[in-house]
Design a binder for this molecule. Structure first.
Ligand SMILES: [Zn+2]
Length: 442
């Protein structure tokens, strides 16, 4: 059957090793697993950035952050970044001519471009339990209800929909049902929260974690709430697929599911956040249910492949040069490496091959804005075959290899900068915030 619609599901901070499709002993995601059984599953998909704003911008534009311009996140996004992305076309902008476009997400700002109906869920400040920890996002059930309503209104039309679940982002699921402990991830140590807070004393992240309810006594308690979040999102995805079937549009709807980034659950001394360019924060699930996709794919793919894939499965023509990624609908890309960047708490880039990861700091002051200390050295090299957890920096042992990867990263950087449409971007003129607000970018 011809695909008429695309539903893009982004689950914030969903780790690959929490999805049953990727790990047999996980029973958290029965609905995603059913979806994946009848879809194409990408085993080596990497985010192009480890924070939400640049990552979602890459998903929607098919470009590296270096090209679309958004590196930072939230309040840190600069006017120059906003002016740069303003010149880049997003998938909803392209599809607006032929499709109804809608989104159910808290993201707003420039992410609204091209979206006919941007449905912002209510801000929730109360929780199911009796704690007072502020919650700034709505639970999966509410997003699903809003999405189902949007689907019912558009069942006879061609549409593109984007739903962004937040239950898996700290402070995690709006429920601290600690009796609902499902499984432990290997290597997540049980550390008293007191010890974690002592190590982060006086820092931004320490102050944030201090607000957690006192019933969160250890890192395993917090892990349980994360897992409750994963399970809640999975249940919501089950409801979404049921609605598509009830409306008799399931077969004509392509479903693409990914995470905007992973999550560090104590790894690298990063506690329940997603900065750093380690695989726990970069490697993400990618499941594509559309005609021609089936089984497992081993190739290196990245978020920037999603935008051309969406247009391809909807049989929309597009100029290949617009994207840094390629459509995954036909032959899969043959890449020797992937590249990712971060700028929110530190400015770092990394290049990852099947064998190695090389991370390069681009900051003079490498103090993490969240954690107050330096994460690793300024150049880090890991042998992924022997050291999948990326803890043993072998730069000193393998200086030649580090230099080789450094040179490859710089070549990539130069080539990507050359692809920027600088002529269309007026870097000398910083738009003032009023102008940007008037344009809907703030
Ligand atoms: Zn940090």
């Amino acid at each position: 059957m011809t695909v008429r619609n695309v539903l893009l599901i982004v689950v914030d901070a969903l780790r690959l090793d929490h999805v049953g499709t990727y790990r047999d002993d996980i029973k958290l995601t029965p609905n995603i697993d059913v979806l994946a059984a009848d879809a194409g599953v990408f085993d080596h998909c990497f985010a192009n950035a480890s924070t939400t704003d640049p990552s979602v911008t890459t998903i929607m534009t098919g470009q590296y952050p270096l090209r679309h311009g958004i590196f930072n996140h939230g309040q840190e996004v600069t006017e120059r970044e906003l002016a740069t992305v303003a010149a880049v076309e997003s998938v909803p902008m392209t599809l607006q001519q032929s499709h109804h476009t809608f989104a159910v997400s808290h993201m707003e700002r420039w992410h609204k471009r091209g979206v006919d109906a941007y449905i912002h869920p209510h801000e929730h400040t109360d929780r199911e339990d009796d704690t007072s920890f502020p919650l700034s996002y709505s639970p999966a059930e509410e997003l699903t209800e809003l999405t189902c309503e949007a689907l019912r209104q558009r069942a006879d039309d061609d549409w593109f929909g984007y739903i962004h679940f937040m239950d898996t982002h700290i402070p995690y699921r709006p429920s601290y049902r600690l009796d609902d402990r499902r499984y432990m991830v290997d290597g997540v140590p049980k550390i008293p929260m007191e010890t974690v807070l002592e190590s982060l004393e006086g820092t931004h992240w320490g102050e944030y974690l201090e607000q957690l309810p006192s019933q969160i006594e250890t890192t395993h308690d917090l892990l349980t709430t994360y897992q409750n979040g994963v399970h809640a999102v999975d249940t919501a995805i089950g409801a979404l697929t049921r609605e598509l079937k009830a409306l008799d549009i399931f077969e004509e709807t392509a479903i693409i599911l990914t995470a905007d980034h992973g999550e560090s659950l104590t790894e690298h001394d990063i506690y329940f956040d997603h900065h750093g360019l380690y695989d726990v924060s970069l490697r993400v699930p990618l499941i594509v249910r559309a005609p021609g996709f089936s089984g497992r794919y081993d190739e290196f793919v990245q978020h920037f492949d999603i935008a051309p894939t969406v247009l391809d499965v909807l049989e929309q023509s597009f100029d290949e040069h617009r994207f840094d990624g390629t459509s995954l609908a036909g032959s899969k890309p043959d890449r020797e490496f992937v590249v990712a960047e971060e700028a929110f708490v530190n400015r770092n880039s990394c290049i990852r091959t099947a064998e190695h990861k090389y991370i390069k700091s681009r900051d003079d002051d490498r103090t993490c804005r969240y954690c107050g200390y330096e994460h690793g050295e300024s150049r880090q090299l890991f042998s992924l075959r022997e050291d999948g957890d990326e803890v043993d920096n072998i730069v000193a042992k393998e200086p030649g290899l580090a230099d080789e990867l450094d040179a490859a990263l710089e070549r990539w950087s130069e080539a990507t900068r050359a692809r920027r449409r600088d002529s269309e971007i007026d870097f000398d003129r910083d738009l003032d915030r009023d102008q940007l607000a008037a344009l809907g970018y703030l």
